[in-house]
Design a protein around this ligand. Structure first.
Ligand code: FE
Length: 176
């Protein structure tokens, strides 16, 4: 009888831990996702999500910049004058884009980096507004991030001129 009781108790304990484990993981992700089911800081697999779907998930500001390539007004972005140590992720999908070590003080009015995570970004030719520029997009979700220019500082000489709205910063002290 005692043995049966112990077995039953251990089964119910196992069931509890099985039920609670995924819930815990989901809650942690939800802190930053705002019920965005595509958001992940670890999954780097390509996303193919329609703009119609993104429009339901993203804030209007983020949708306009990330999905319609709008540009935030210079000197207004939250990461323009910002020098904390940490990582920058795509605000749309959570993909890793930049490390704060590559951020530099630029006078252009937007957060600027001299190097991007090679697995984080992709490039498109952009001939809009009568200019020839290179657009930088998130490699995972294809969202617009900004442009890259060749007038940046050493060691790369590149200037990734980004919209703060497209970025999400996580400080080193916040990482578990
Ligand atoms: Fe993304």
């Amino acid at each position: 009888m005692k043995t049966i009781l112990i077995i039953l108790m251990s089964i119910s304990l196992q069931m509890c831990s099985q039920v609670h484990k995924p819930e815990k993981e989901k809650q942690m992700e939800n802190i930053t996702t705002n019920s965005n089911p595509y958001y992940s800081r670890t999954d780097r697999s390509k996303l193919t999500v329609s703009n119609e779907e993104w429009r339901k998930i993203l804030s209007p500001d983020l949708y306009a910049i990330a999905r319609e390539a709008a540009t935030e007004r210079p000197f207004t972005g939250k990461y323009n004058q910002f020098d904390e140590l940490g990582e920058y992720y795509c605000a749309v999908c959570g993909n890793h884009l930049f490390r704060s070590d590559s951020k530099f003080s630029s006078t252009c009015g937007w957060p600027s980096f001299f190097e991007a995570d090679k697995e984080g970004v992709a490039y498109n030719r952009d001939s809009s507004h009568g200019m020839e520029r290179i657009e930088v997009v998130c490699k995972r979700c294809d969202s617009h991030l900004g442009h890259v220019f060749n007038d940046g500082p050493a060691p790369t000489g590149m200037r990734y001129c980004m919209n703060s709205v497209s970025l999400e910063f996580v400080g080193d002290s916040e990482k578990k």
